[in-house]
Write a protein that binds this ligand. Structure first.
Ligand SMILES: *Cc1c(COP(=O)(O)O)cnc(C)c1O
Length: 494
């Protein structure tokens, strides 16, 4: 039998606290060194076979020294990060991280509270952060909200509330089979694919999400929206929810939120805004005008690990009508009853989301907002808008580059085009150009296809980017492009 008096045989606490401390101190030193020296490193570098092989080690049955494991992390894992912390990373749409946030994630784990419920300071921090997001977005005082893992989760929470509110029956109780009429949702053809997942999981199916065409600026065509809603009504279908996007992933365009809000109000349709990219424009002195009308949404999804740069993962959903929100997600359980006093006296935050156990992701946002202040975040967002405009202008001024979409916010879609090439050849050339740019570690835009043309896509959501970083990328695009131009297509991907 185990010796129960021997603490260290029976717990996971370190047998040697000083060994733990020395590794932990080194980790902090290394973190500061790494983040401070990012600019001089490649944005991203491919992994060697040896590194890949290291992740096929057998299941570790026996203990190993923490210092050795830390060594492997620093040798094999950290150098092969995605690169989104680097000043020249502009792929997809990701925050660039922040050491205050990283420190907070450590402290949150040390605190260890379960945010599903309970009378803890952590729960109050969570509620405070949610309320700060509400204030930043201009939502009314009574609105509810929840911190979730990210934008996809924030969107499905909002859409679930929309579905239940618009169902015309007690959907939570009776399910989709009791719907008096089929429901239809509407979004532009630029909508993020997380909404397809939502439509599937909400039991409505992909086809219930009507894709409304977009205009030349990649914004939802409102005449087409009206026509589609009218046609559905005439066919006995209930228009339930319009998903407007504040900052589309492809081009950064923002739907006409005021006009869509007016339409929803007149037509009695729920307005959900996907603000994963653009909602935080609301705190930017110059950018705020781009999302005017956002505060009129019935529900709003935003991502705090994008333009707030909180380490992954954290997003936030707001719902104007708290009762609808709670009616959608709160459930009773005898093992989860609230008491007047004691640990279970707090509000059950699990009643606002799908999860029961929730981590203390609020702390990083709380510490970052306090440390940097909202005004600083707003100024950094405005700077990213300026950087996108700068890149857009340089592309327009360069005869060997095409701008493929108007620069609406922080996203620039462009391509190398020396002239005289077929579209399909241009697509291939730019696809290869992007990969070489990434593999050389120079800069990391991502790629997309818009209206049939392949585009290099630079999304400025980075507090470390400087104008000269954009020049560095453009020099490399010209250099790589000129070489590829002379290489016959078949020989390109050797
Ligand atoms: C990023 C994004 C999402 C998904 O958010 P995650 O945090 O990646 O889950 C949804 N919609 C839009 C417009 C986005 O840009």
């Amino acid at each position: 039998m185990d010796d129960l008096s021997d603490l260290h045989a029976g717990s996971l606490d370190p047998a040697d606290w000083s060994e733990f401390l020395s590794v932990a101190h080194r980790a902090v030193d290394d973190a500061v060194g790494r983040i401070g020296g990012l600019r001089d490193r490649p944005v991203w570098q491919p992994m060697s076979d040896a590194v890949r092989q290291g992740f096929h080690d057998p299941l570790p049955m026996d203990p190993q020294p923490l210092a050795d494991i830390y060594g492997q992390v620093m040798r094999d894992i950290i150098p092969h990060a995605m690169g989104n912390q680097h000043p020249r990373f502009w792929g997809w749409y990701m925050g660039a991280g922040d050491l205050t946030g990283a420190l907070a994630d450590f402290l949150a784990a040390v605190d260890g509270s379960n945010l599903g419920g309970g009378d803890t300071a952590a729960a109050l921090v969570d509620k405070q952060v949610t309320d700060w997001v509400r204030q930043m977005m201009g939502f009314p005082h009574e609105a509810s909200g929840a911190l979730v893992s990210g934008g996809s989760m924030a969107n499905i929470v909002g859409l679930a509330a929309a579905r239940n509110a618009m169902a015309g029956t007690d959907l939570r109780e009776h399910g989709l089979a009791a719907l008096p009429q089929p429901l239809a949702f509407y979004a532009s053809d630029q909508v993020h694919n997380c909404h397809d997942k939502s439509m599937n999981l909400l039991g409505l199916g992909h086809r219930a999400l009507r894709r409304v065409p977009t205009d030349a600026d990649y914004r939802m065509d409102l005449a087409a929206l009206r026509d589609r809603v009218a046609a559905d009504r005439a066919a006995g279908i209930r228009p339930a929810c319009i998903i407007a996007t504040a900052g589309t992933t492809n081009t950064g365009s923002v739907d006409d939120l005021e006009a869509i809000a007016d339409f929803c109000q007149d037509a009695g349709i729920w307005l959900h805004i996907d603000g994963c990219i653009g909602a935080l424009l609301a705190i930017a002195p110059k950018g705020a005008r781009l999302v005017r009308g956002m505060d009129r949404a019935d529900s709003l999804a935003t991502d705090l690990h994008k333009w707030l740069h909180a380490p992954f993962d954290v997003g936030c959903v707001l719902v104007r009508d708290r009762k609808t929100h709670l009616d959608t997600f709160s459930e009773e359980a005898e093992y989860l009853t609230r008491s007047q006093r004691g640990i279970s006296a707090g509000e059950f935050l699990a009643n606002y989301t799908l999860e029961t156990t929730r981590g203390f992701r609020a702390l990083k946002v709380w510490m970052m907002l306090k440390h940097h202040g909202v005004a600083r975040f707003g100024a950094l967002i405005d700077r990213n808008l300026d950087q996108a405009r700068y890149l857009g202008q340089r592309v327009e001024d360069d005869p060997a580059l095409d701008l493929l979409a108007p620069v609406a916010t922080s996203v620039v879609c462009f391509r190398y085009n020396p002239g005289g090439m077929e579209e399909a050849v241009l697509d291939d050339l730019n696809r290869e150009l992007l990969l070489q740019l990434q593999e050389a570690g120079i800069a990391a835009p991502s790629g997309t296809t818009i209206r049939g043309r392949y585009a290099l896509r630079a999304a400025f959501c980075n507090h470390r980017t400087r104008i000269e970083d954009i020049d560095t990328m453009l020099d490399a695009v010209r250099r790589i492009g000129a070489v590829l131009e002379d290489v016959p297509p078949a020989a390109r991907t050797a």
